[in-house]
Design a protein around this ligand. Structure first.
Ligand SMILES: C[S@@+](CC[C@H](N)C(=O)[O-])C[C@H]1O[C@@H](n2cnc3c(N)ncnc32)[C@H](O)[C@@H]1O
Ligand code: SF4
Length: 412
C-alpha cells in the first residue's frame, strides 16, 4: 500500500495513463540546483501514529537553534556551487519556532550558500500555530509556501489521532493563511484511519476542495513502531481498515482529486497546475540536498549521510564543531535502485535513456527483463522509453518498485 515515507530522505482515467508522463513541467531546469532541509525536532504533543524524530519538551529549543546555525556554517561546502532553489523547514513542528529563530536560520543559509532569489521556502505548520501575526511574520521573512498538517476534518478522528486542534481550527488556519496572501498552501490528510470508511473519507476530501488549496499531500496511515497505534494494534484494541478498504480510499482519492483539477504528480502528492512542491520533487528527481538538524538526511549523488536522531547529542557535538553524522557511499546498484524507487512513484517516471547514460548495459537489460511482466499485466506503461505506473500500478507502487530493484549479483 502507499505509505508516507520519511520526508528527508505520488486522474480519473479508467485504467489508462493520462498525466503521468505528459511532462507539464519539462521546461524547468533541474540542472545544478539543490535543496536544503532543516529539521525542527519539537512538538507540543505526540500524535498517536507518528514516529518522526522530535521531543515534546521545548527546553532545548534555544540551544538547538544555535546548533543548527553552527551546522549550516560547517556544511557550507556540501552543495559545492549548486544554487539552492528550495529551503524546507520540516519536523517535528517548525511553526513552533519564533520569528527571530527562523529569521536567523534563513539569514545563515543566505550567508553560507548561493540561494536563488526565487527560492521556494516552505514551512510545515500545525494549525493552531498559524495566528495572523505569525503568518504575517513568516511572509515578511520570505516563507512563500506553507504545508499545514490538517490530517482530518473530523473531530472524532482528530481526537483519536491525538492532534492538538479541532476540525474548525484546521479550517480557520487555512483561511487565515489565504487572507494573509499566502498563495502556495498545501494540506496533509491521512486516509486508512481507524473507523474510516469511504463516505467519511470523501467528506474529508470535499472539505479540502472547498477550501480551494492548490496542493494536497495525502498519505495512507502507516502503523509505525514505538507509536500508540502500534501498541493498540498488537493488543487488538483498535481495528484499522484492511488493505482492500484502504485501496478503495486511495482510488477515491485519485478519482476525486482528478475531478477537482489536481495533477497526481507523485503517489501521495496532488497539485493544481504549477503548484507542485519543488522541494519534494528534488528528492524524486535525483537532485542534491543538504539536511540540517537531528535525524536529517543529505544526498549528493555519490553518498548519503544522516545526522544523529538525538537532540542532546546533536547539540553537544555541534558545540565541539563536529557534525554528528554517519555516511554511506552508494554502490552502483544502490544508485540504480534509488533512481527506480524515486522515479517510478512520480508522473515523470523512469527514463531508460537517462539510465543508459549512467549505468552499464547489464543493468539496463536486467531492468527491461524485470519490467516486462508488469508491462504485460498493465501495471506499467512505457512510452518514448519512459516507464511509469498505470492506475492499477499505483495501487501496488511499493511492490513494483522493490521488484524492479537490482541485486548486488548484477555486477558480479
Ligand atoms: C512529520 S509530519 C510534520 C508536520 C507537522 N508536525 C504536522 O503534524 O502537521 C508530516 C506529515 O507526515 C504525515 N505522517 C506522519 N506519520 C504518518 C503515518 N504514520 N502515517 C501516515 N502519515 C503520516 C502526516 O500527514 C504529517 O502531516
Ligand atoms: S504528526 Fe507532526 S505534530 Fe504530530 S507528532 Fe508527528 S511531527 Fe509532531
Amino acid at each position: 500500500m502507499l505509505r508516507k515515507s520519511a520526508d528527508n530522505p505520488y486522474t480519473k482515467n479508467n485504467g489508462e495513463q493520462t498525466n503521468f508522463h505528459s511532462k507539464p513541467f519539462a521546461n524547468l531546469s533541474f540542472l545544478l540546483m539543490a535543496g536544503i532541509y532543516i529539521h525542527i525536532p519539537f512538538c507540543t504533543q505526540k500524535c498517536h501514529y507518528c514516529n518522526f524524530h522530535f521531543s515534546t519538551s521545548l527546553a532545548q529549543k534555544h540551544d538547538l537553534v544555535k546548533a543548527l546555525l553552527q551546522e549550516i556554517s560547517l556544511q557550507k561546502n556540501y552543495l559545492q556551487d549548486e544554487t539552492v532553489e528550495t529551503i524546507y523547514f520540516g519536523g517535528g513542528t517548525p511553526s513552533l519556532l519564533a520569528e527571530n529563530e527562523w529569521n536567523a536560520i534563513l539569514k545563515s543559509i543566505q550567508e553560507n550558500f548561493a540561494v536563488s532569489p526565487n527560492a521556494e521556502i516552505t514551512l510545515e505548520a500545525n494549525p493552531t500555530d498559524l495566528t495572523t501575526d505569525t503568518l504575517y511574520a513568516m511572509k515578511k521573512s520570505g516563507v512563500n509556501r506553507l504545508s499545514i498538517g490538517i490530517q482530518s476534518f473530523d473531530d472524532e478522528d482528530l481526537k483519536r489521532l491525538n492532534r492538538n486542534h479541532s476540525s474548525q481550527e484546521g479550517i480557520d488556519s487555512v483561511k487565515r493563511a489565504q487572507d494573509s496572501q499566502m498563495e502556495n498552501i498545501s494540506i496533509d490528510l491521512i486516509y486508512g484511519l481507524p473507523e474510516m470508511n469511504s463516505a467519511k473519507w470523501r467528506n474529508n476530501m470535499q472539505q479540502a476542495f472547498s477550501l480551494n488549496v492548490p496542493h494536497l499531500s495525502s498519505y495512507c496511515l502507516t502503523i509505525e513502531k514505538n507509536t500508540f497505534f502500534y501498541h493498540q494494534k498488537i493488543n487488538k484494541k483498535i481495528t484499522f481498515p484492511d488493505d482492500e478498504e484502504t485501496a478503495l480510499q486511495f482510488e477515491d482519492l485519485m478519482d476525486e482529486t482528478a475531478a477537482n483539477g489536481f495533477l497526481h504528480y507523485e503517489i501521495s502528492n496532488f497539485c493544481k497546475p504549477g503548484f507542485f512542491s519543488k522541494h519534494n520533487s528534488s528528492y524524486w528527481k535525483n537532485i542534491s540536498y543538504l539536511g540540517i538538524g537531528p535525524s536529517a538526511h543529505s544526498y549528493n549523488h555519490h553518498s548519503r549521510q544522516w545526522n544523529v536522531a538525538n537532540n542532546s547529542l546533536y547539540i553537544k557535538s555541534l558545540g565541539e564543531k563536529i557534525v554528528p553524522l554517519e555516511k554511506e557511499v552508494l554502490t552502483p546498484v544502490q544508485k540504480f535502485n534509488e533512481r527506480i524507487l524515486t522515479g517510478i512513484r512520480t508522473m515523470w517516471g523512469v527514463d531508460e535513456n537517462e539510465l543508459k547514460n549512467i549505468f552499464s548495459e547489464k543493468f539496463i537489460s536486467r531492468f527491461k527483463k524485470q519490467t516486462q511482466p508488469y508491462l504485460e499485466s498493465g501495471h506499467l506503461i512505457c512510452s518514448e522509453n519512459i516507464y511509469s505506473l498505470t492506475r492499477n500500478g499505483k495501487l501496488v507502487a511499493d511492490r513494483i518498485a522493490s521488484d524492479l530493484f537490482l541485486d548486488d549479483d548484477v555486477i558480479a
